[in-house]
Each structure stands twice: as structure tokens, then as C-alpha cells.
Design a protein around this ligand. Structure first.
Ligand code: S3P
Length: 178
């Protein structure tokens, strides 16, 4: 269970930070959305349109459950809704050390306002959608996390990735010297 699991809202940088850590730390990388897209042969948008959100949520749970037995030395970037279900939070914690990439509504809005790849953010009132959903999910993210990294739009992917790597190194060091 030496995997690193990244959780957080859409646009919080889980995939970019995950790829950075995996390259620098010599770990493999897996993104649960990409995994689902390739196993289903369609994009998340198409999945939501043709099968609906509930179907997608079931695939998320199946995916995270399966990965527990098959992953090691891997950074896992998860979809933003993954920790919402209590069952998933338990699986995520079993899969690895969970880090919540916590950022503010403005940062998310700026990153996502020209992006149409997220089915839950289509239509009017993007700012309100993000604000409401983030508030609803905050407790789930926090309760799932072993560690929370809080940042804003001026923090780079490299800075966030390096903080996570430092924390992991410190933990390993502690473990080695006990
Ligand atoms: C979702 C987040 C998306 C994707 C899907 C639903 C969510 O992943 O799983 O659109 O409910 O927050 P990202 O967080 O990678 O955008």
C-alpha cells in the first residue's frame, strides 16, 4: 500500500500534479477517469450522455475496488466525485496515502471556464455550480484525506508536487529511523 492517491475538486490539478510526482519520484501513474474512458471506449462526456451519472459512479467504485489488488508504486489521480461515496472513501484509504489538493473557487473557475469536458459543469452559472458543489463535497474530501495541501492560483504544479514528495520522504525517513 505504497500508492499515492490524489483527490480534490475538478480543476484542482490532480492529473498534472500526479504526472509530475510520478516522473520525479519514479512511480507509475494512473488517472481513474482515463482508466474508465479506455475500458469503456468512450469519453466521460459520452458516458454521462449515453449511460447517465449513476452508471459512471458505479464504474468509479468498481475501478477503485479493483485497483486495490493490482497497484503498487503508483500515483493515482481520481475523478473529483470519487470521494463523495463513503464506500469509495474507504477504498481510497486502503489503496494508498490520500492527499487532498484543496483550492479556492476562483482558482477552479479560472481553470474551468473555457473547458467543456466536465458534464456536471455544463450550462449557466458556472461560478455558483462550483461554489455549491465544493461546499457540499468539502467534508467528504477532508474526511478521506491523510494530508491536505492548500494552495491558490499562484502555486505551480511543481511546487505542489515537491511538497508532496517532501512529505513522503519525511515519512519514509521517520519510518527508517524509528
Ligand atoms: C467529476 C469529475 C471529473 C470526472 C467527471 C465527474 C466530478 O474528473 O470524473 O466529470 O463529479 O467531480 P476531474 O476531477 O478529473 O475533472
Amino acid at each position: 500500500m505504497d500508492n499515492i492517491v490524489l483527490i480534490g475538486y475538478m480543476g484542482s490539478g490532480k492529473t498534472s500534479v500526479g504526472r509530475y510526482i510520478s516522473e520525479k519520484y519514479g512511480y507509475k501513474f494512473l488517472d481513474t477517469d482515463e482508466y474508465i474512458e479506455s475500458s469503456q471506449g468512450m469519453s466521460i462526456n459520452e458516458l454521462f450522455e449515453s449511460k447517465g451519472e449513476e452508471y459512471f459512479r458505479k464504474l468509479e467504485t468498481d475501478t477503485i475496488k479493483q485497483l486495490i489488488d493490482s497497484l503498487a508504486h503508483t500515483v493515482v489521480a481520481t475523478g473529483g466525485g470519487m470521494p463523495v461515496k463513503e464506500e469509495n472513501r474507504k477504498y481510497l484509504r486502503t489503496l494508498g496515502k490520500v492527499t487532498y489538493l484543496q483550492t479556492d473557487v476562483d482558482t477552479i473557475y479560472k481553470r474551468l471556464c473555457r473547458d467543456d469536458s466536465r458534464p456536471l459543469l455544463k450550462g449557466e452559472n458556472l461560478l455558483k455550480k462550483i461554489t455549491d458543489m465544493l461546499e457540499e463535497r468539502e467534508q467528504a474530501y477532508k474526511s478521506c484525506a491523510n494530508c491536505i495541501i492548500s494552495f491558490n492560483q499562484s502555486t505551480s504544479v511543481e511546487e505542489i508536487g515537491d511538497i508532496i514528495i517532501t512529505l513522503l520522504d519525511e515519512e519514509n525517513h521517520k519510518w527508517l529511523t524509528v
